[in-house]
Design a protein around this ligand. Structure first.
Ligand SMILES: [Zn+2]
Length: 384
């Protein structure tokens, strides 16, 4: 019996240790959520999606199962990883698969001011320090999901991302010990870091000069963040597009402006779940990511076209190891043989960066049970 218990223990992810940077892309089946544990133990959640929270939805059953709402599962994951407090929570943009969706299953908050779903559900279970979003002054959405979030944010307190800065999201515990660590605010609302100092540029034309059909979408307004630790770089950009719709203006390729700002990167999270409009050739060829984390949850993730761009050796040589949180069975049939070339087609994808940032490993954790056993380990990869 002892031997069996030891085996079970060995199959779970070893705990985070000081000096290490862990980034978990959590598989919920209902949207994006990433838990980051910085080298000094400062913690950050990026998104807490909960599309159709607590309710059935075709081809998008929640992971690991439907016994809890998605925000409850995210909190369960966070606590399992030994995190009792989130110093930061960042919402890339105001869509339900990134912040939560009010449904008949959403309970009222303690104050009654809003319903608990997604990020507000997580906040009821794990204390959240700074809540950061893209702000409320640019193309504010006019829908029930946003209004619910706004009521939560008003009660909790929130701040808008300050693009270009590296001093808004910082190490809270031992900053002096890890001078090679930085979180850079790269993009939000079409304001783009230039890659130099704290300077920014605006890539969206003035709204009063745009036809209604050309106005920036909510996805285009997504926040982009880069985490740097020594040589290691990681990027996440919500649902920002890279390939404009046919006939649409070129400035709508938010990814291309990001690529110019950040340059070569070790690991990036695929934008817009690898749907039809992200992962432009220029973005991929500029970042040259060795590891690509695909936050897929719906049957439209990824599209054949974007996966083909991610995989082609014509854009850059060397490994392009792609790890997906959840590729649905109909999607695999539709994608064909490329689905079999993914390093993972389901699971929580954990990037574990060694102290100092010289190398990193990838762990795939089982997303079908709450035990979250390690299914596979990849690397170490050398950081660029
Ligand atoms: Zn999304």
């Amino acid at each position: 019996m002892l031997a069996a218990a030891a085996l079970v223990l060995a199959a779970t992810l070893s705990p985070w240790t000081p000096g290490t940077l862990d980034i978990h892309q959590i598989s919920t089946g209902r949207g994006n959520a990433a838990l980051c544990v910085f080298p000094d133990g400062t913690t950050m959640l990026v998104d807490a999606g909960a599309a159709a929270d607590g309710q059935p939805m075709a081809d998008t059953e929640p992971r690991p199962n439907a016994s809890k709402r998605t925000g409850e599962w995210i909190a369960d994951y966070v606590k399992q990883m030994g995190v009792e407090r989130l110093d930061y929570a960042v919402l890339t943009h105001f869509h339900s698969d990134h912040m939560g969706q009010v449904t008949a299953a959403s309970p009222a908050s303690a104050s009654g001011a809003y319903k608990r779903t997604g990020i507000s559900d997580v906040a009821a279970l794990v204390p959240i320090g700074s809540l950061i979003d893209r702000g409320y002054t640019y193309l504010e959405p006019d829908d029930a999901q946003f209004k619910n979030y706004e009521a939560f944010a008003k009660e909790h307190g929130s701040e808008a991302l300050r693009v270009g800065r590296n001093d808004q999201i910082v190490l809270k515990r031992e900053p002096a010990k890890y001078p090679a660590f930085e979180v850079r605010n790269v993009a939000a609302n079409g304001v783009m870091w230039t890659g130099k100092g704290e300077s920014t540029t605006t890539i969206f034309p003035a709204l009063d000069q745009l036809a209604a059909e050309d106005k920036p979408s909510e996805n285009m307004c997504s926040i982009g963040l880069r985490i740097r630790y020594g040589k290691f770089d990681w990027f996440t950009g919500g649902d920002m597009p890279g390939v404009p719709d046919a006939g649409a203006p070129e400035w709508q390729s938010v990814e291309n402006a990001v690529a110019k700002a950040i340059g070569p990167t070790d690991v990036h999270v695929v934008n817009h779940h690898g749907s039809i409009d992200p992962e432009s050739a220029f973005f991929l060829a500029t970042l040259r990511s060795t590891v690509i984390v695909l936050p897929a949850w719906s049957a439209t993730h990824p599209s054949q076209d974007s996966l083909k761009r991610m995989m082609t050796q014509r854009l850059y040589p060397g490994p392009h190891d792609i790890f997906a949180t959840l590729v649905r069975e109909p999607t695999k049939i539709s994608i064909g043989s490329r689905a079999g070339q993914l390093k993972a087609d389901h699971g929580h994808i954990v990037i574990r960066v060694a102290p100092g940032g010289e190398s990193y490993q990838v762990f795939v954790l089982d997303d079908s049970t709450p035990e979250r056993a390690v299914l596979a380990t990849f690397g170490p990869y050398a950081a660029k």
